[in-house]
Every structure is written in structure tokens, then in C-alpha cells.
Design a protein around this ligand. Structure first.
Ligand code: IPD
Ligand code: CA
Ligand code: CA
Ligand code: CA
Length: 271
């Protein structure tokens, strides 16, 4: 894809993200239709579905050869990242959307032949759009943000959900306790997309979670790399964008320090 084509695609996608945000804002006065998916805490609303369909309609009309992977399943069965692939979470943070009408985001990542090309994470209520086109730097609305600089664990604030420091099937939770003790603090926002955007812009120094789906992290994956941050799985290996996976994003330097603390540290240290 040449630069003019990519720039056009980026502007078009950005307009759609803003438009989708307006649709969500207008919906605040309507009653939400809420249903459950896999279990009692896995909510979906009519808005999640409507916003996903909104993007799919637009993309299929304008770019019929592009593929779309969306959380609510209205897109394509995407098997690889050949060609142009959009990975969309229409509302990331549905629980927050339902309970708070705040702290949720639209997340859109665009890949071309395996490479992240453009990304958008739109915190609709705060009117904060984190976005990038590959190679042009990370933007928050109109402002270009600086590249991330190094920080040490004792000065770091880490995005970490309390689930992972209780016994769970994904990680020996003792391994994470030193991070809670040694860092400046931990936070949990209930929206992976915003947490990744916050790492990209420096509001968080790191974010980790043991289980995400492609639509949760695709845009954040692109934004973080554009900001000079590092994003991997929890054991430090390369992220497979189309897989369910653990995700660990951090500033340079801190990424290695945390891996060392987890994998070579003494688990009892934080107890
Ligand atoms: C969820 C949020 C949450 C994360 C969950 C996701 P959804 O996405 O990103 O922060 O912990 O794993 O499923 O369902 O609100 O789009
Ligand atoms: Ca969901
Ligand atoms: Ca999500
Ligand atoms: Ca979602």
C-alpha cells in the first residue's frame, strides 16, 4: 500500500471513529438492551452490536476487498493478516459502558500484509482519540506525543487487574506480588484498550493481563510500538495478533526489569 492510499484510509477510518463516537453519545439517553454472552459478567449491549455493524457497513461499501475481525462476530472469519485487515472492538469496556457510561473506548487497528499500519483508540466520553499512522508518531487528538522514555520499577505505575494476583489458572499469582510491592502503584481501568493507550502516552508505565482477544489489543499493539514502547506476551515472546494471548506492554527498560522480576525474582518477595 503506497503512502497516499494509506493516508486516505487513515483519514477515512478516523472520520468513521468520530462518527461512531457520536452515535454512542446520542445513545446515552436511550435505554440499553443488555444481554449476557458466556457468563454473568460477560455483557453485551445493542450498542456494541450496532457500532460493529456501523463499521462493517462502511468498510464493505468503501473497501470491498478488506477483511474485518470484530468482537461481536458480524465481520469475516479472518484466518491470516494477508491483504488489509481491520480488527475492531466496537466498545471495549462494556461493563464500564453499562455501569458508568464512561471509561470505555472504540478500538480499531488496521493491518496490511501482517504489519500494523494505523490505529485508533477513542475514549468517547473524554473526547480523547489516541491514533497513529505507522512511522508518523503517536497523536492524542491534534497533539503529537513524545517517544516513551525509560523508567525503573520503583517509579512505575502498572495497569494490573486484581484477578491476576488471586489464584488463577493462567499464572502463578505469587510471581506478580513483587510488582505490586515494588512499583509506585497499580491501577485497573476495566478497558484493555484504554490501558494500552495509557501505556502508549505515558500515563501508565506498563500494563499486563493474562488473557485478551485480538480486538482488545490490536490497536494498542500498533500504538505502543509507534510510541517506542514494547509489547509482548507475558513471557516476553512476540504477540500473535490473531490469537487469544497474554499481553505485557511497557516502556523500554522497564519491560525487561519486570520480566526479570517475574521470572527470576523470588516469588515470596511481595508477600
Ligand atoms: C474487556 C475489557 C477488559 C478486559 C477483558 C475484555 P470488552 O473487553 O477490555 O478490560 O479485562 O478481558 O474482554 O468485553 O469490554 O470489550
Ligand atoms: Ca465483550
Ligand atoms: Ca474488548
Ligand atoms: Ca467489546
Amino acid at each position: 500500500m503506497d503512502n497516499t492510499k494509506l493516508e486516505d484510509l487513515y483519514q477515512t477510518a478516523k472520520n468513521w471513529v468520530y462518527e461512531a463516537g457520536e452515535v454512542i453519545k446520542r445513545s446515552f439517553s436511550n435505554e440499553l438492551n443488555i444481554t449476557y454472552k458466556s457468563h454473568y459478567a460477560d455483557l453485551v449491549t445493542d450498542m456494541d452490536k450496532a457500532i460493529e455493524k456501523f463499521f462493517i457497513d462502511k468498510i464493505k461499501k468503501e473497501y470491498p476487498d478488506h477483511e474485518i475481525l470484530g468482537e461481536e462476530g458480524y465481520g469475516d472469519e479472518v484466518k491470516d493478516l494477508d491483504g488489509t485487515v481491520w480488527i475492531i472492538d466496537p466498545i471495549d469496556g462494556t461493563t464500564n459502558f453499562v455501569h458508568q457510561q464512561n471509561n470505555f473506548a472504540i478500538s480499531v487497528g488496521i493491518f496490511h500484509n501482517g504489519e500494523g499500519k494505523a490505529a485508533f483508540i477513542y475514549d468517547v466520553v473524554r473526547n480523547e482519540l489516541f491514533h497513529c499512522i505507522k512511522g508518523n508518531g503517536l497523536y492524542l487528538n491534534e497533539e503529537k506525543l513524545p517517544l516513551l522514555s525509560e523508567v525503573t520499577l520503583d517509579k512505575a505505575v502498572i495497569g494490573l487487574n486484581a484477578t491476576w494476583i488471586t489464584p488463577n489458572r493462567k499464572i502463578d499469582h505469587h510471581l506478580l506480588l513483587p510488582l505490586v510491592r515494588k512499583s509506585r502503584g497499580t491501577r485497573s481501568y476495566g478497558t484493555a484498550a484504554i490501558e494500552l493507550a495509557y501505556v502508549a502516552c505515558g500515563r501508565l508505565d506498563a500494563y499486563m493481563t493474562m488473557r485478551l482477544s485480538p480486538w482488545d489489543f490490536a490497536a494498542g499493539y500498533i500504538l505502543i510500538q509507534e510510541a517506542g514502547g514494547i509489547i509482548s506476551t507475558m513471557d516476553g515472546s512476540k504477540v500473535k495478533v490473531l490469537s487469544k494471548t497474554s499481553i505485557f506492554a511497557a516502556k523500554p527498560g522497564l519491560h525487561q526489569e519486570i520480566l526479570d522480576t517475574i521470572h527470576t525474582g523470588t516469588p515470596q518477595d511481595g508477600e
